[in-house]
Design a protein around this ligand. Structure first.
Ligand SMILES: Cc1ncc(C[n+]2csc(CCOP(=O)(O)OP(=O)(O)O)c2C)c(N)n1
Ligand SMILES: [Mg+2]
Length: 614
């Protein structure tokens, strides 16, 4: 017996004759998939049948089933898979039919690509002989998904089906994670052949690039350069992005920050990378970041960008971003991000967790120490002087107050999902995140309708956690069909809609930049009764909260309800999200509203250029 065989025993089912559909499900099981999300249809029927039979067999043997969770719409399935992946760090899986099933999945696939979330989407396709004939429920999945996914496979040779599905998982989870789509014609699902139990496709270019990144460890020389820049700095600042979460590097980042006393801000996607309750954490930066985080960016003299990409919502005016930073240091797993927006004086493309551990170890070994006490005092001063604030005297329910109260109850330990808009930003600003993978939001794509299905996926991934969907009245409408999915599976998700009777974020921009013309954004004449809708879908707890004095007691009651719960909160329709850095502007032009101090003369703040209004 050679070493290879000793190391890896043959799969117990190797050599068994299976259908293509059975092979797909067996590979899923081997990849550790615990839950599938998906919607059936003609071209995927053989695979749905194989899931059924797999679970039936497993039940007989007393083994864990692989439940198939059915949404109201395939977009829901894709976002459930995404929520599952974001909350657990595992690959999420959605299985959908051809044509409309596949096209309904395009938005979550693009969303996962933009936020680097690993999912595998398996689409049924018309039989090989019918491809290209405008067959019933045919759509050009490779063409459509090819431009939005990390990778797409169309399986035309059934002999390669098994290795293709396995390779899809490899591509989804390695390097910069992302969505992989596998398009599988119905006759390939019905084909029969031997299950190999091993084997992947040859993807030499990808694996070569990956191994170059993985083997690129930080050497002593690079560490020395890093620490010499840190030594020269009086005001170093970490700017941590979503890659800290996706790369499971939060512990290593916290250890680095603590070991050398380097404070940090995070992006919207990086929330939870640092513990937001830590005195050295300045919470979120950017367009709607805290004023103190943005001022710290202005003041720092060394910027350590950690798996962050200088997105336009962070660096709307790149030349004036971190204007006093003498050096920018950049870690990323994707070489394409280095120098993309800002030139980096030092960079490292590699596995983040390893790099940070190496760096901390080097710093300790070489007894690196620096006195940042003056900077720490400035950070504390910024945090207290420019703290978030809002109209606490108003008789109307302020959304900030609602999130603040929720946060007092959940103490930064709940999983929070959101739609897109003002509610998303208030939830980001006023919530604490003590751990990574608690904050699930559609960051780069900003997809309304994300919150509810993502919460469902997250609750399946983390049954032990409280999952709260903080949603907007317009965002929740987009995937309202998933209300029923929550009660069908009896998920104890808490859905809280901040109702401002409209597309609040759009209205905010219209008030600020379009002279208050609320074109197509006011929903005050709409008839929907959200509470009745929730009740009709089986929610035992469904309430409307419209009195400020009731906020604490109702929130306690809602959050402690044992089962699915829905709460509509009628908020001040005029509440705006502040701070706000207008699109294309620098932090000097940040608007802080009436309740947060501004260190510049407000009258001097520039207006955004109309051509930058996106
Ligand atoms: C699918 C989709 N369509 C349009 C938009 C543009 N958009 C961004 S925020 C927003 C309004 C969201 O309203 P709501 O969900 O009620 O949140 P609010 O801002 O009122 O809190 C719109 C239309 C989007 N982000 N996603
Ligand atoms: Mg709204």
């Amino acid at each position: 017996m050679d070493v290879e065989t000793q190391a890896k025993p043959a799969h117990a089912l190797a050599g068994t004759i299976m259908s293509g559909a059975e092979i797909i499900i067996q590979v899923l099981a081997d990849e550790g998939v615990r839950t599938i999300f998906g919607y059936s249809g003609g071209a995927i029927l053989p695979t749905y049948d194989a899931v059924f039979r797999y679970n039936e067999e497993n039940a007989k043997d007393g083994k864990e089933p692989m439940p198939l969770i059915v949404p109201a719409n395939e977009q829901g399935a894709g976002f459930m898979a995404a929520g599952y992946a974001r909350a657990s760090g595992e690959v999420g899986v959605a299985i959908v039919t051809s044509g409309p099933g596949a096209t309904n999945s395009v938005t979550p696939v693009r969303d996962c690509m933009a936020d680097s979330v690993p999912i595998v989407v398996i689409c049924g396709q018309v039989p090989r002989a019918a491809i290209g004939t405008d067959a019933f429920q045919e759509a050009p999945v490779t063409a459509i998904m090819g431009s939005v996914a990390k990778h797409v496979f169309l399986v035309t040779d059934p002999e390669t089906l098994e290795s293709t599905v396995r390779t899809a998982f490899e591509i989804a989870r390695t390097g910069r994670p992302g969505p992989v789509v596998v398009d599988i014609p119905k006759d390939v699902q019905n084909w029969e052949g031997p299950f190999e139990g091993e084997g992947v496709l040859p993807i030499p270019g990808y694996r070569r690039r990956l191994s170059a990144v993985e083997s690129n460890t930080l050497g002593d020389e690079q560490c020395a350069e890093f620490f010499s820049m840190l030594k020269d700095s009086q005001r170093p600042l970490i700017y941590a992005g979503g890659g800290v979460i996706n790369g499971n590097a939060a512990d290593a980042l916290r250890a680095f920050s603590k070991a050398f006393g380097v404070p940090g801000v995070t992006t919207l996607m990086g929330l939870g990378g640092l513990d937001t309750t830590d005195p050295l954490c300045l919470h979120m930066l950017g367009m709607h970041g805290t004023a103190f985080a943005n001022y710290a960016i202005e003041d720092c003299d060394l910027l350590i960008a950690v798996a962050a990409r200088f997105d336009d919502r962070v660096a709307g005016d790149p030349p004036n971003f971190a204007p006093n930073a003498r050096h920018i240091l950049h870690f990323d797993i994707d070489p394409a991000e280095i120098h993309k927006v800002k030139h980096a004086d030092w960079h490292h493309v590699g596995i983040l967790n390893d790099a940070l551990e190496t760096l901390t170890e080097y710093g300790r070994r070489t007894d690196f120490s620096a006195d940042y006490s003056a900077w720490h005092a400035e950070v504390a001063e910024l945090k207290s002087t420019y703290a978030l604030n809002y109209d606490r005297e108003s008789d109307l329910i302020q959304p900030h107050y609602v999130i603040e109260t929720m946060n007092r109850i959940t103490r930064g330990e709940a999983i929070i999902t959101t739609g897109v808009g003002q509610h998303q930003m208030w939830a980001a600003q006023y919530s604490d995140f003590r751990e990574p993978r608690l904050w699930l939001t559609s960051g780069s794509m900003g997809t309304m309708g994300f919150g509810l299905p993502a919460a469902i996926g997250a609750q399946f991934a983390r049954p032990d956690k409280m999952v709260i969907d903080v949603d907007g009245d317009a965002s929740i409408r987009m995937n309202l069909g998933e209300f029923e999915t929550v009660t069908t599976y009896d998920l104890p998700i808490k859905i809280m809609v901040l109702n401002n009777f409209g597309d609040g974020m759009v209205m905010q921009w219209q008030r600020l930049f379009f002279k208050g013309r609320l074109s197509a954004s006011d929903k005050s004449l709409r008839k929907k009764n959200f509470v009745k809708t929730a009740e009709a879908d089986g929610f035992q707890y469904a309430k409307r909260l419209d009195k400020k004095e009731d906020v604490p007691t109702v929130l306690e009651e809602f959050l402690s309800f044992d089962g699915p719960a829905f709460l509509e909160v009628i908020i001040d329709t005029q509440a705006h999200v502040y701070p706000m850095v207008g699109p294309g502007l620098s932090y000097r032009d940040m608007l802080t509203g009436d309740f947060i101090p501004n260190r510049y003369d407000k009258a001097e703040a520039q207006e955004p250029d109309p051509s930058e209004l996106f």
